[in-house]
Design a binder for this molecule. Structure first.
Ligand code: GLN
Length: 539
């Protein structure tokens, strides 16, 4: 077979239908048949990357090990496939235009008018095929953000049209994800919106090969026949995607619907093995039928939008499944925490996570929640800003440095226990300039985290500008806060723990970016276990 084969996933009728999950599920099925698959996301917005977007706008910003700030769908790809993604897996309109404009300034197109077709579409096609330069890949799934018909996605759709032509029919296919709404008054599923969106796609010169239909009710054969007839697809290429109780069910549902079989046939891929999803099924079963329940508080300031802390929530699901424990996450808005909430809610949790974040809003609430966890020996997990605030809390309440703070929150504090990293001091541009991506960290063997990782050297991903100020390290350690993970190159403190407490750990990095179904992150696994023991000890 010629390699790689390309699968394009477009969306119709409505946003938020879950193109990322469908793409990741299909990739999982193909991977389980022995194929080497990767997924790419094309985002139609003009930001060069989502790093400068507020989580309210676009959900969490996911970070790859090579330091790309990307769309949160890449998190799903990694969690499903257990394979790393990279800079090349997320392309935005901003990136495309930036490249083309830089080339124009250099004189690459001298004498020519630079236009959407062919210059922008050529750059899109180049970016899509960039991943294909890696010869080991069998299939590349490219998810096109937005909904068909959006002005912003037109150049992408046009590029797909051109590429299909250039690659040939058997080397590429288009999956259109659409919605079949149920009208309760008529007690009927409606196909018309899908017919219209397929038609819009056709107006751009693209015939969908497969329709994946999101639905709340079973789609009858009659409806499948109707969709096939009106949308120019074969009947077995109308795939039902019924609402699932967990996203991790979707690969199993897609297998039942034979999505992978139809894809393999259309792409003329024949030398594959049977899909084996035994391990995955075991994970889903443990998730669905837990033996225990714990309740933990997630303290942050973007709690209104669940997607803001996507990777943390998914990591807790992975860790919950392996511990056969349902992890109920209670989101707490750090800006409004008062003593009442501390006494009646936070102090009753089985564990407390203080989330990453930026800026001073809600900081004092986070510090109060940390104090409560520390004093009551409630398992505490501080991630990035959460770790920094644990240091501030300790400095204020144990060492007695009443105005201790991070200079991010108070530039003039007399006790800057968290300060700006040296190399950050001269940086003025905001985009892509944080300390990003994977860094090595040495772990102290006399620590809890050593037991947890069972390793002296770890690699974790970062996204921050501030650090623990090493001028305060002695004072902190003498008072009982241990620095147990140190970056070998920079000497920065990456992990702190309080040995006095049963489970009190803060990490400067983001472990949540590395938790997958196959390899739940050891820190989350251990945290959930600690919460469970704490919960049992209360009874
Ligand atoms: N705002 C803090 C910093 O930049 C923490 C960042 C984070 O939580 N990702 O260092």
């Amino acid at each position: 077979m010629s390699k790689p084969k390309y699968i394009f996933v477009t969306g119709g009728v409505s946003s938020s239908l879950g193109k990322g999950i469908i793409s990741a599920s299909l990739a999982k099925l193909l991977q389980s048949r022995g194929l080497n698959v990767t997924i790419q996301k094309l985002d139609p917005y003009i930001n060069v990357d989502p790093g400068t977007l507020n989580p309210y706008e676009h959900g969490e910003c996911y970070v790859t090990s090579d330091g790309a700030e990307t769309d949160l769908d890449l998190g799903h790809y990694e969690r499903f496939l257990n394979v790393e993604t990279s800079q090349a897996n997320n392309v935005t309109t901003g990136k495309i235009y930036q490249t083309v404009i830089e080339e124009e300034r250099k004189g690459k197109f001298l004498g020519k008018t630079v236009q959407v077709i062919p210059h922008i579409t050529n750059e899109i096609k180049r970016r899509i095929q960039l991943l294909g330069n890696n010869n080991s890949l069998d299939v590349i799934i490219t998810e096109i953000g937005g909904t068909v018909g959006d002005i912003e996605s037109l150049p992408y759709i046009e590029s797909v049209r051109q590429l299909r032509w250039e690659l040939g029919k058997a080397n590429s296919l288009v999956i259109h994800l659409t919605l079949i709404p149920y009208l309760s008054a008529a007690k009927e599923l409606k196909t018309k919106p899908t017919q219209h969106s397929v038609k819009t796609l056709m107006e751009s010169g693209i015939n969908a090969d497969i329709l994946v239909c999101r639905t709340e009710h079973q789609i009858s054969d009659e409806i499948k026949n109707k969709l096939a007839l009106f949308c120019n697809v074969e009947v077995d290429s109308v795939i039902q995607s019924i609402d699932a109780s967990t996203i991790y069910d979707v690969p199993l549902l897609m297998k039942k619907e034979k999505l992978d079989q139809v894809v393999l046939r259309k792409l003329e891929i024949s030398n594959f093995k049977e899909a084996n999803l035994e391990k995955w099924t075991d994970f889903v079963n443990k998730l669905k039928f837990p033996k225990n329940t714990i309740k933990i508080g997630l303290i942050g300031k973007y709690v209104e939008l669940q997607d803001s802390y996507k990777s943390i929530l998914e990591s807790l699901i992975h860790a919950g499944s392996i511990n056969e424990t349902k992890v109920e996450v209670c989101s707490i808005h750090s800006e409004f925490i008062d003593n009442d909430q501390i006494n009646n809610e936070i102090s009753n949790f089985d564990g407390v996570i203080v989330a990453p974040g930026f800026g001073s809003r809600g900081i004092e609430g986070k510090i109060k929640a940390i104090k409560c966890a520390r004093e009551n020996n409630i398992p505490f997990f501080g991630i990035c800003l959460g770790m920094q605030m644990a240091v501030v809390e300790f400095a204020r309440n144990i060492i007695g440095l009443k105005d201790a703070n991070s200079t991010e929150m108070n530039k003039k504090t007399l006790n800057p226990v968290i300060s700006l990293m040296e190399e950050q001091k001269t940086i003025s541009e905001m985009g892509g300039t944080m300390r990003l991506g994977s860094w090595e960290c040495n772990i102290n063997e006399q620590s809890k985290v050593f037991e947890i990782y069972n390793s002296k050297l770890i690699n974790e991903r970062h996204r921050h500008r501030w650090e623990l100020n090493n001028n305060y390290l002695n004072q902190l350690e003498n008072a009982g806060l241990n620095s147990v993970g140190i970056n070998a190159k920079t000497g920065l403190v990456e992990i702190i723990e309080l040995p006095e407490n049963d489970w009190f750990i803060g990490v400067q990095f983001h472990p949540e970016y590395q938790s997958t179904v196959e390899m739940p992150h050891p820190l989350f696994v251990s945290f959930v276990k600690a919460c469970l023991s704490y919960n049992k000890s209360k009874k």
